[in-house]
Ligand binder design. Structure first.
Ligand code: ADP
Ligand code: MG
Length: 257
């Protein structure tokens, strides 16, 4: 039986500062395994920073953050906490897939080489096996005909699908998406959302920062509204969009109607 009781992500009063500036001011959220949690909110509210904290790209300055039941940044032995070393952090980060607004592919590598790079280097998968998995992943995102294409030969939507395949190649238990369609021409948004929709159907735990309200409504199990470094409210898409509880949520959503 998979453990469904431990949340995939649990944040308690998470604080993050940059140069004495408090950017996250006590983020509280629980995301269960298999949940598609959409995170919406104004620009500058701290959404990307929070994703980066989940992925160990930023160290938090207060509160506690658990991923898959494990305290971020520390190892607990009895009642003692030991700060994790860089190598241990890297190992944890490898279990979390992240897809950014900008596709961040390696420009000098083909689509397939991009996908097999980390499994070979980090997971030490033999090349033949990595190639087989990589081809299957590219097929899964609809790119079996573009294995040998370089990023510059692919559309933005295709590049973003390669980026998703590359993240999946590490067999993550959690996928973080930071505005994955914001840099795309409108006609290419749909093909990326389709891949994300399929992933959600397969039961992947996903945290998706997005401005695609239709996607959040349709695919999200929950939607959280973030403003000024805190989660203001989180509920089902229907609740949040039809009956937002907080005036700040209402005024934010009004801009999308
Ligand atoms: P969002 O993704 O919601 O638009 P961000 O998390 O990117 O918001 O940014 C929140 C605030 O944190 C912004 O004011 C931004 O300038 C600041 N910030 C983010 N990263 C850094 C950093 N590395 N150094 C200093 N300030 C930062
Ligand atoms: Mg952002």
């Amino acid at each position: 039986m998979p453990d469904t009781t431990t949340p995939a992500v649990a944040a308690y009063q998470v604080v993050k500062q940059f140069h004495g500036n408090e950017i996250l001011k006590g983020v509280d959220i629980r995301i269960r395994r298999g949940e598609v949690a959409c995170l919406i909110g104004p620009s500058g509210s701290g959404k990307s920073t929070f994703l980066r904290c989940i992925n160990h790209l930023e160290k938090i300055d207060g509160g506690a953050l658990y991923v898959e039941g494990e305290l971020m940044g520390y190892r607990q032995v009895g009642d003692k906490l030991y700060e994790l070393k860089e190598a241990e952090i890297a190992r944890k980060r490898a279990g979390i897939g992240m897809v950014f607004q900008r596709f961040n592919l390696f420009g000098h590598m083909t689509a397939l080489e991009n996908v097999i790079e980390a499994p070979q280097r980090v997971r030490k998968i033999p090349r033949a096996e990595a190639l087989e998995q990589g081809k299957a992943l590219l097929a899964r995102v609809g790119l079996s005909h573009r294995f040998d294409a370089y990023p510059s030969q692919l559309s933005g939507g295709q590049q973003q699908r390669v980026a998703i395949a590359r993240a999946l190649a590490m067999k993550p238990t959690l996928m973080l998406f930071d505005e994955p369609t914001s840099a795309l021409d409108p006609e290419l948004v749909g093909e990326v959302l389709d891949v994300m929709r399929d992933l959600a159907k397969e039961g992947m735990t996903m945290v998706v920062v997005t401005h695609e309200m239709a996607f959040a409504r349709e695919v999200g199990d929950s939607v959280a509204f973030m403003d000024n470094g805190a989660i203001i409210e989180k509920s089902s898409p229907e609740e949040l969009f039809q009956r937002p509880q907080h005036p700040r949520t209402r005024s934010f959503l009004a801009k999308y109607l």
